[in-house]
Design a protein around this ligand. Structure first.
Ligand SMILES: C[S@@+](CC[C@H](N)C(=O)[O-])C[C@H]1O[C@@H](n2cnc3c(N)ncnc32)[C@H](O)[C@@H]1O
Ligand code: SF4
Ligand code: SF4
Length: 316
């Protein structure tokens, strides 16, 4: 897939007088808790289950990313997570993280497939102030679907556990590798002081896609994880049991997915359903999207949005 050319300069609007920050009260009512920021759509891998990458997009220019980060601060965004594609392909990744700290984001996160992690990069991310890293490890041996597995990544994980001064979450997609391998990944992560987590495989429309055997493994992993494995009011158990787990999705308000063109989308799985420029995003947009019912919500598997929405579950 070819994407439109990326802007080389931040749009003119960023040169204008800075907009006032949201007040604390405005943020508490409708403001973003988490923003995922795509720093490049390109990826060095091609996982069989993924619809979030291409082979040829250029990295988003640092100046454009800075403008987006400043805007996210103006909206009082609490946590920013760098994603892609594969964010370690961005040549200025460390500078982006350092800028996130200068701008005052409380948590500065990165999701990576880990292939390009080196001791030097881990140390540089320490120095830049990364607070959380999520590395995706789906199973043990490479397959046609995924090579994000323990065999090629074991040494990287050991380096992370030795050197990383940030929290490391090892996250596997259950359903993407032979079922028993997910359990081995959880055990490996635990033995090395890393935090295991599982994601359930979804199809191209974001719906759950698991065989009965894979569901059995998921249950076993959840048993091993105990309370730590429970997310957003156990929506996954409800999805498995009832085929639906409706919720009030606050994407576009509590959660912002900012794509490589600087557009806010509802999330990675509903990219086609909503699009608005981040740099002109306003309190009115936050309010509107907070109250917009998302048609895809009953079968939604996007855990981070469910978590970001849980705080307001009681609100109409
Ligand atoms: C799109 S990737 C971007 C970051 C990085 N390339 C990586 O793989 O970690 C973000 C997360 O989405 C997950 N993901 C991608 N496609 C998925 C699918 N169909 N079902 C469940 N999780 C998926 C990946 O495993 C990864 O944890
Ligand atoms: S899941 Fe991550 S590593 Fe795999 S193709 Fe998608 S963006 Fe690349
Ligand atoms: S319900 Fe919300 S998070 Fe889930 S797919 Fe739809 S827009 Fe995305």
């Amino acid at each position: 897939m070819t994407w439109p050319a990326l802007p080389t300069e931040p749009p003119e609007r960023s040169a204008a007088a800075p907009e006032p920050r949201l007040t604390l009260t405005q943020w508490l009512a409708h403001g973003p808790f988490l923003a995922q920021l795509v720093v490049t759509r390109r990826c060095n891998l091609s996982c069989g289950y993924c619809n979030e990458y291409d082979r040829d997009s250029p990295p988003v220019p640092l100046a454009a990313l800075e403008a987006r980060l400043r805007k996210l601060r103006q909206l009082r965004t609490w946590v920013v997570c760098l994603t892609g594609g594969e964010p370690t392909l961005h040549p200025q990744l460390v500078e982006i993280v350092a800028r996130m700290r200068e701008l005052g984001f409380r948590r500065r996160q990165l999701i990576t497939n880990g292939y390009r992690l080196t001791p030097e990069l881990i140390e540089a991310l320490n120095a830049a102030g990364l607070t959380d890293l999520q590395i995706s490890v789906d199973g043990v041996r490479p397959s046609a679907t995924t090579v994000k597995v323990l065999e090629p990544l074991r040494d990287k994980l050991v380096e992370l556990s030795r050197r990383g001064r940030f929290q490391v979450v090892v996250s596997g997609v259950v359903g993407s590798a032979p079922p028993g391998e997910a359990l081995q990944v959880v055990r490996f992560a635990r033995e090395h002081g890393l935090t295991p987590r599982v994601i359930l495989l979804h199809d191209g429309a974001g719906r759950l896609k698991l065989s009965p055997e894979e569901l059995g493994v998921y249950r076993e992993v959840q048993r091993l994880l105990g309370r730590a494995g429970r997310e957003a009011r156990d929506y996954r158990d409800r999805l498995i049991r009832d085929g639906r787990a409706p919720f009030r999705c606050r994407a576009g308000a509590r959660y912002l997915y900012v794509d490589e063109l600087g557009k806010v989308r509802w999330c990675s799985q509903a990219r086609a359903l909503f699009e608005r420029d981040l740099l002109s995003y306003s309190l009115a947009d936050l309010r509107e999207q907070f109250h917009t019912a998302k048609p895809c919500n009953p079968g939604c598997t996007v855990g981070c949005v469910r978590t970001a929405s849980a705080y307001d579950a009681w609100r109409a």
